[in-house]
Design a protein around this ligand. Structure first.
Ligand SMILES: Cc1cc2nc3c(=O)[nH]c(=O)nc-3n(C[C@H](O)[C@H](O)[C@H](O)COP(=O)(O)OP(=O)(O)OC[C@H]3O[C@@H](n4cnc5c(N)ncnc54)[C@H](O)[C@@H]3O)c2cc1C
Length: 390
């Protein structure tokens, strides 16, 4: 067993760290206040070739694995970019895995290089207001009319849709009533197509944090999708997006570990320097022990994340580990961010020290792309053999 990052993984971390140093925490605080997408960061990552890290090299990427992507995203998060930085590039890293796996040669040639090079931005449209976590209940309809599909319906929480040129869309091509009971997921199809704003209304959601990476309600009113933009077979879309789900969970876990680690570093630094009652506050065990606990939890979460990534890259089953890593990392990251605010006392609540921003952003991996409850239900059922509860 070797727990060291490979020389290649180390050099990825060093190079990404030095790129991220051009975007200090003041940059991310300003973006959080003005809510403007971090275009400069996005383009810098694209120009340096990082956006195509996991895209096959035949299509303009570097063809590396989820392990390398996890190290990279952790490094971005840990720089202070946190979820603001990671979410701005997240879809480039893992989003088009279904295209790489199930697209035609023509689709791969057409769709993958622009994402690898950062020449286009895309969003990912799955969640719907009436379906929630029950993806089998998706209602947005794509109806075939000759050589195209016409889409009507609604999505919610779709990130980056304000700036996206493209959408990876999961929509229903067979009505639920026309499918056998228990097979509702079979009627969903996957598309990667232009986000035509004359047919899709994009309405921003006012939210708690990560203000520079928008999330939106989408209203589809006759969006036309040419047949050549459907990925794989009609009705197999749910299976195709499952292909990208474990990598997505692993990357979010890595990001949560990175946010937790910078929060812990800031808290420990403040605890060493801040003097109250004539001694550094960090001399009190009441301050030390929670920070030490944060370190223990973040180390465990990082190991589980790397194990899940290793299993994935070696073609092994990784569903339980990917879900568990996302769960543990989000909880450990959250506790570290909360503790960083508390360690800073009143200053933890001010924007000057950045930790309040970390706390708002670390809520995201606890909720999305799948909740804590659904992860626990999945592990209870698939690992422990308990009856399915949802
Ligand atoms: C910042 C942000 C960005 C996002 N970006 C995207 C995006 O780009 N694209 C996209 O498609 N989606 C996106 N999402 C949506 C996200 O994936 C969903 O919010 C998430 O999957 C939860 O779904 P829901 O909000 O509908 O919760 P619901 O399904 O309404 O669930 C609400 C609560 O009930 C619990 N619950 C539900 N059923 C059960 C059960 N059977 N047992 C126990 N508990 C249960 C859930 O765990 C949760 O705590 C984003 C969300 C956020 C907050």
């Amino acid at each position: 067993m070797n727990f060291d990052p490979t020389p290649e993984q180390q050099s990825i971390c060093e190079a990404v760290r030095s790129l991220c140093a051009r975007f200090p925490e003041t940059y991310w605080r300003e973006r959080d206040i003005d809510g403007v997408f971090p275009h400069e960061f996005y383009h810098a990552m694209g120009a340096a070739g990082w956006l195509g890290l996991a895209i096959p090299d035949a299509y303009g990427g570097a063809g590396l694995g989820v392990q390398e992507a996890a190290w990279m995203m952790k490094t971005v998060a840990e720089s202070g970019a946190c979820l603001s930085g990671c979410s701005s590039i997240h879809i480039n890293i893992f989003g088009l895995m279904p295209v790489a796996a199930y697209g035609t040669e023509e689709q791969k040639q057409r769709m993958l290089p622009p994402m690898a090079q950062g020449r286009v931005k895309a969003c990912f449209g799955v969640t719907e207001p009436d379906a929630g976590l029950n993806t089998t209940r998706l209602k947005t309809r794509a109806v075939r009319q000759g050589d195209r599909y016409v889409v009507h319906g609604q999505k919610v929480w779709i990130s980056t849709a304000q700036v996206a040129d493209k959408i990876l869309l999961l929509a229903r091509t067979t009505a639920v009533e026309d499918l056998p009971p228990g097979r509702q997921a079979d009627g969903l199809s996957l598309f990667y197509t232009d986000l035509d704003r004359s047919k899709v209304q994009v309405r921003a959601i006012d939210k708690m944090g990560r203000h520079c990476v928008d999330s939106n309600e989408l209203f589809f009113d006759g969006l036309e999708i040419p047949l050549e933009d459907r990925i794989g077979e009609e009705g197999k879309g749910f299976k195709y997006i499952l292909h990208g789900m474990n990598p997505e969970r692993i990357l979010l876990a890595a990001e949560a570990v990175g946010v937790g680690q910078i929060a812990l570093r800031k808290a420990a630094a403040y605890a060493r320097e801040r003097v109250v009652f004539d001694r550094p506050i960090g001399q009190n065990q009441g301050i030390q022990h929670p920070l030490a606990e944060n370190w223990v939890e973040l180390e465990a979460a990082q190991l589980l994340t790397l194990q899940a990534a290793w299993l994935h890259d070696n073609g092994r089953e990784c569903g339980a580990q990917a879900n568990a890593a996302k769960y543990l990392a989000a909880e450990a990251g959250f506790r570290a961010c909360e503790r960083a605010v508390l360690t800073h006392g009143g200053m933890g609540y001010s924007k000057e020290f950045h930790v309040e921003r970390y706390l708002r952003e670390i809520m995201i991996p606890r909720i999305a792309p799948v909740s804590r409850e659904l992860i626990l239900s999945h592990i209870a059922e698939r690992v422990l053999g308990l009856p399915k509860s949802y």
